[in-house]
Design a protein around this ligand. Structure first.
Ligand SMILES: CC(C)(COP(=O)(O)OP(=O)(O)OC[C@H]1O[C@@H](n2cnc3c(N)ncnc32)[C@H](O)[C@@H]1OP(=O)(O)O)[C@@H](O)C(=O)NCCC(=O)NCCS
Length: 120
């Protein structure tokens, strides 16, 4: 289930964010988490299964209509099990009136999710 980020999840969120190629640098990682904590347009979610947080999805409202995913990451022990795709699906269900897009890094994964959703 997708839950909203809050400060108590900071450490786990930073750990998941650090799997993103763009977030390897600690300074950058701290800037990113601060952006999600302070800027209204930036929204961060975590994927919770039972009591474990195993995934993260974050993005920015680029306009009133469009939520652009900037970060998506799954704990390596839980990859290839559909968590990433389920997070994308849950994000679209959270914003049913809006368009969910992705930045260049995530575009290919989002396209894959869209294709598989269309086929199912
Ligand atoms: C990308 C990521 C979130 C996928 O999470 P996941 O839970 O393993 O994904 P799912 O199990 O839902 O889907 C796996 C499928 O996505 C594909 N996939 C993984 N990364 C992909 C990418 N960057 N582009 C396109 N497809 C990708 C896999 O090959 C697999 O394909 P298959 O279903 O045909 O076997 C995860 O690999 C991750 O955390 N990577 C590190 C963070 C990162 O680099 N994020 C940005 C890249 S999207």
């Amino acid at each position: 289930m997708l839950i909203r980020y809050k400060k108590t999840f900071e450490k786990i969120a930073m750990g998941l964010l650090s799997f993103m190629p763009s977030e390897k640098d600690l300074k950058r990682l701290l800037q990113t988490i601060k952006q999600y904590e302070t800027e209204e347009k930036w929204q961060l979610f975590l994927w919770k299964v039972d009591e474990d947080i195993i995934g993260l999805l974050g993005g920015v409202w680029v306009d009133n209509q469009t939520f652009q995913i900037q970060h998506i990451s799954v704990n390596p022990s839980h990859r290839q099990l559909g968590v990433g795709k389920n997070m994308v699906k849950a994000c679209k269900e959270l914003f049913p009136e809006n368009e969910v897009t992705a930045n260049d890094t995530i575009k290919a994964f989002l396209n894959k999710c869209d294709r598989e959703e269309a086929d199912s």
